[in-house]
Design a protein around this ligand. Structure first.
Ligand SMILES: [Zn+2]
Ligand SMILES: [Zn+2]
Length: 254
């Protein structure tokens, strides 16, 4: 064996260093737990950070057991739940009518997903009130065009959509909640293990996670994701297909 094999690369040294720091921190917290149990004041450095509830940790475990990108998976479930209640009862309720008139209905992707459910009655009901709303808006704009010179952007105010597709908004809000949950629970050992074994964050959700991570969490997030890419390269053909799917579907499943 050559001497160079026994020398750690700079990357490995950094990883080893982080693991040692984490192990030392874990030991410190256990000592802090013991001191707290025995009664004496516990130094701040030995107190576990109070950043998460037990419920949140269990929720993070469930999140990371989903297939593919866990953030996309949870967001997809949340959108499906929204669609279920929308088609069951909300489509005809005042707040939803107001909301859909402001958004101009759904984006093409979510409209066609709704259309595939076969909910013709509900969708034709929505189309009717949207058409009435848009007809009214066109009438107001036409009247203003006829009497206003010179024209300003305000002339066409009724044609501007003031909100986004409700399903897209549900997706984004769900993704942000999930990323914040992961970051709050990252110090839980099981969360880190499940994250490494999960389908991996798609690129947009990796970007969101990096953007929301604080100074303490950011190195951990990057390390987990770097290990995933290294595993992809090292494993070769073994189990490549699902891993390649994760990589090639990098723009999420929305
Ligand atoms: Zn994703
Ligand atoms: Zn949408």
């Amino acid at each position: 064996m050559s001497g160079s094999n026994s020398v750690l690369s700079p990357q490995s040294s950094v990883l080893l260093g982080r693991r040692l720091v984490r192990a030392a921190r874990g030991l410190g917290y256990r000592l802090g737990d013991l001191l707290a149990f025995c009664g004496p004041p516990v130094p701040a450095a030995l107190c576990r950070p109070v950043r998460r509830s037990t419920w949140e940790v269990y929720d993070a475990h469930a999140l990371l057991r989903g297939p593919g990108c866990p953030i996309c998976c949870r967001a997809d479930q949340d959108v499906q739940r929204m669609v279920f209640w929308f088609l069951l009862e909300s489509y005809g309720e005042g707040p939803w009518i107001e909301r859909l008139c402001a958004t101009g209905g759904f984006c093409p992707a979510h409209f066609w997903a709704l259309a595939r459910t076969g909910a013709r009655y509900q969708l034709s009901y929505v189309a009717q009130y949207l058409a009435e709303h848009d007809l009214r808006a066109l009438g107001q704009v036409a009247a203003r065009v006829a009497r206003t010179r010179p024209r300003s952007p305000g002339t066409f105010a009724e044609l501007i959509r003031s909100d986004r597709c409700p399903a897209c908004r549900t997706w984004d809000e769900s993704a942000r909640r999930s990323v914040e949950l992961l970051l709050r629970t990252l110090e839980d050992d099981t969360v880190r293990v499940l994250w490494r074994r999960s389908g991996g964050l798609c690129w947009p959700h990796l970007q969101l996670t990096v953007a929301l991570a604080d100074e303490a969490a950011l190195p951990e997030v990057l390390e987990v994701e770097r290990e995933r890419f290294e595993a992809l390269l090292q494993d070769g053909a073994a189990d490549f297909e699902p891993r390649a799917a994760w990589l090639l579907a990098g723009w999420g499943s929305q």
